[in-house]
Design a protein around this ligand. Structure first.
Ligand code: V47
Ligand code: SF4
Length: 371
């Protein structure tokens, strides 16, 4: 079916579209101009056909999920990203929370006997919680449940910890790895272009530093993910530039596992005047990412943010990963107006959701080993 569809595009598309479709069919890389052409001139359904072809080349009919839970150590944050509905600055700490190491370890203990494989730890950048605090947290979790994979800390949190500890990115990553860190999530990337960062997240680490920390992560032998916050004030050129920088680093270091487009939500933040993207645009973002990022094995739709039915639909637009079963502590999205206000899906519900969309549910661990 996908063969027939792509052949149809090759026969009947515009000259530019034919050339793009031929590249996809031959498993070749598309250019930045090709990606911009797809955004500006090609309808969402056609982008979907091309993305699905690439998805099935890479992952067949499999859609991956994992069993994980989240810990958010604090929502106190020294930075002031305009899109963030979640952080409290340090002066207004009474509105914020801050968990002790014991409280976080107790959250891990709550999952005793539950077959989870990953804990995902991300939060605000607290001025008092330093590298040693988090290294101790990692080693406490590792000592308590050694087989649990710890995916923790965005490059933004790591940048702050390493600067305060006066360590290079490489030293810091090695230190955290030695203490039990298993991989790092993809947050904090937003949109790399300086002119956009200056407007939406001026005070946190810039693109070069984000990329440096991910490169160091890969150099010490750990994997990471990459995100892109889209659907606010960026242009399609900014999106392509963002993906280009990721694709270039991936060529060099090879440690990215998954790309995760994050749809901007406008509730209760300083960008509540920005209209959210349409479903068509969301699907195009996924599809073009799948086509463009030929050296990323996986494309993830984070279902708590976009909702269950859109998550089902994205599987026909390049997505092969729906993240996991997640408990309700993922406040960064619910506070910004995510579809799923209490994001809990049992493994059976997630499996059914994937099967209903005509895909094969495959449970994975963080490193995509099949369970
Ligand atoms: O960097 C904050 C985003 C990210 C809003 O690696 C918002 O597996 C939309 O990166 N609307 C942090 N998005 C979370 C993150 C993540 C999530 C799931 C899986 C993984 C992974 C990583 O949340 C931030 C920012 O881009 N965010 N506010 C908002 N209003
Ligand atoms: Fe802080 Fe992250 Fe929110 Fe930015 S997005 S203000 S770094 S918690």
């Amino acid at each position: 079916m996908t063969q027939t569809n792509i052949q149809h595009i090759i026969q009947h598309g515009s000259t530019e579209l034919k050339a793009i479709a031929q590249k996809v069919k031959a498993n070749e890389r598309i250019s930045d101009e090709d990606a911009i052409y797809l955004y500006n001139k090609v309808d969402v359904a056609t982008c979907g056909v091309l993305a699905n072809f690439r998805r099935e080349q890479k992952n067949g009919l499999n859609t991956y999920f994992n069993r994980n839970f989240h810990i958010e150590p604090t929502n106190v944050c020294v930075f002031s990203c305009k899109f963030c509905s979640y952080s409290q600055d340090y002066k207004h700490k009474e509105e914020g929370w801050e968990l002790s190491k014991k409280e976080m370890l107790d959250k891990v203990k709550d999952y005793d006997g539950v077959p989870i494989t990953e804990v995902h730890i991300v939060g605000g950048v607290h001025p008092k919680l330093d590298l040693n605090f988090f290294a101790e947290l990692l080693s406490d979790i590792r000592a308590y449940r050694p087989e649990l994979h710890i995916k923790a800390f965005t490059a933004v949190e790591l940048d702050y910890m390493f600067r305060k500890a006066k360590m290079t990115a490489l030293e810091g990553m090695q230190f955290l790895k030695d203490n039990g860190l298993g991989s790092i999530p993809g947050g904090g990337a937003e949109i790399f272009a300086t002119e956009i960062r200056e407007k939406i997240c001026a005070d946190k680490c810039d693109a070069d530093r984000w990329l440096e920390i991910h490169e160091a992560t890969h150099q010490v032998g750990l994997k990471s993910n990459a995100t892109m916050l889209y659907g606010h004030i960026e242009t399609v050129e900014h999106r392509v530039d963002h993906m280009k920088r990721l694709r270039d680093l991936q060529d060099k270091s090879g440690g990215f596992q998954t790309f995760i487009p994050l749809k901007f939500r406008n509730m209760d933040n300083d960008m509540d005047n920005v209209i959210e993207s349409t479903l068509q645009e969301d699907l195009k973002v996924f599809a073009i990412a799948r086509i463009y990022l030929d050296n990323f094995d996986h494309l993830k739709a984070y279902w708590p943010m976009i909702g269950r039915s859109t998550a089902q639909l994205t599987q026909s637009f390049g997505v092969d990963d729906l993240d996991g079963t997640i408990d309700d502590s993922t406040k960064i999205y619910s506070m910004a107006g995510a579809e799923e206000q209490i994001p809990v899906l049992s493994t059976k519900e997630l499996v059914d959701l994937i099967s209903q969309a005509g895909r094969i549910p495959v449970e994975r661990d963080t490193l995509y080993n099949v369970i």
